[in-house]
Write a protein that binds this ligand. Structure first.
Ligand code: MD3
Ligand code: FE
Length: 206
């Protein structure tokens, strides 16, 4: 039962529920290869959200800025490939939302502990504006903050729960968004953590 959120944006409540145990296992497996870490922002602050990545390219932040790399700056090795369960849910969500192709070039995995937050931002480090971003929430529910195309636009609040999937395409691809500080609470499959997986295309297809 898709819930339209805005032009190009659609929420699929619980779409990933049946896959959640496999997705969480895959996250733990990935984190053994490239550990979650709290990156530094270009402004010199440490993010409260810890991140890791998989796919052809991974997103990184440091004092020099935000960018995508083919190798992990920590391990020096290529990012691990997308686990099969990741590919499957990205395909299922984009097809359900009516997009012709799933974004699979890069996958960012965010790990929230109690109090961790993500301030209002736009995702603009990718060069494939026609491709949607697929986001998937696991574990402790969070309050998603969701504005418009200008930072000053009013912000709506949306609860993102375990298994929820949102496809952000069309004009919604560039809305300002963030996550309010995570409440201390626990989930049987993730403990006090919330994980968010985003699937992205970062370059135009050949
Ligand atoms: C709307 N992640 O990784 S998920 C991010 O819950 C990010 O960890 C948040 O913002 C999280 O960049 C929010 C929902 C989401 C993700 C990406 C979007 C909404 C989006 C990109 C464009 C527009
Ligand atoms: Fe974002």
């Amino acid at each position: 039962q898709p819930v339209p959120l805005a032009e190009g944006a659609v929420l699929f409540p619980g779409l990933a529920l049946p896959d959640a145990p496999a997705l969480i296992r895959a996250i733990h497996d990935l984190a053994r290869i490239v550990p979650f870490r709290r990156m530094e922002t270009p402004g010199g602050r440490q993010m409260s959200v810890a991140m890791t990545a998989c796919g052809e390219s991974g997103w990184c932040s440091d004092r020099n800025g935000y960018r995508y790399t083919t190798h992990s700056p920590v391990t020096g090795a290529p990012w691990p490939p997308l686990p099969d369960a990741f590919v499957a849910i990205s395909r299922r969500a984009t097809a359900a939302a009516g997009f012709p192709k799933p974004p699979l070039q890069s996958c960012l995995i965010n790990c929230y502990e109690p109090g961790a937050r993500l301030s209002l931002h736009q995702d603009r480090d990718e060069n494939a504006p026609h491709m949607p971003i697929v986001s998937l929430s696991l574990g402790v529910a969070a309050t998603f903050l969701w504005g418009g195309l200008r930072r000053s636009d009013p912000v709506r609040r949306l609860r993102l729960a375990h298994g929820d999937v949102v496809v952000w395409g069309g004009p919604s691809r560039f809305v300002f968004h963030g996550i309010a500080p995570l409440s201390r609470s626990s989930h049987p499959e993730t403990g006090e953590n919330r994980f968010n997986i985003t699937f992205r295309q970062i370059a135009p297809e050949e």
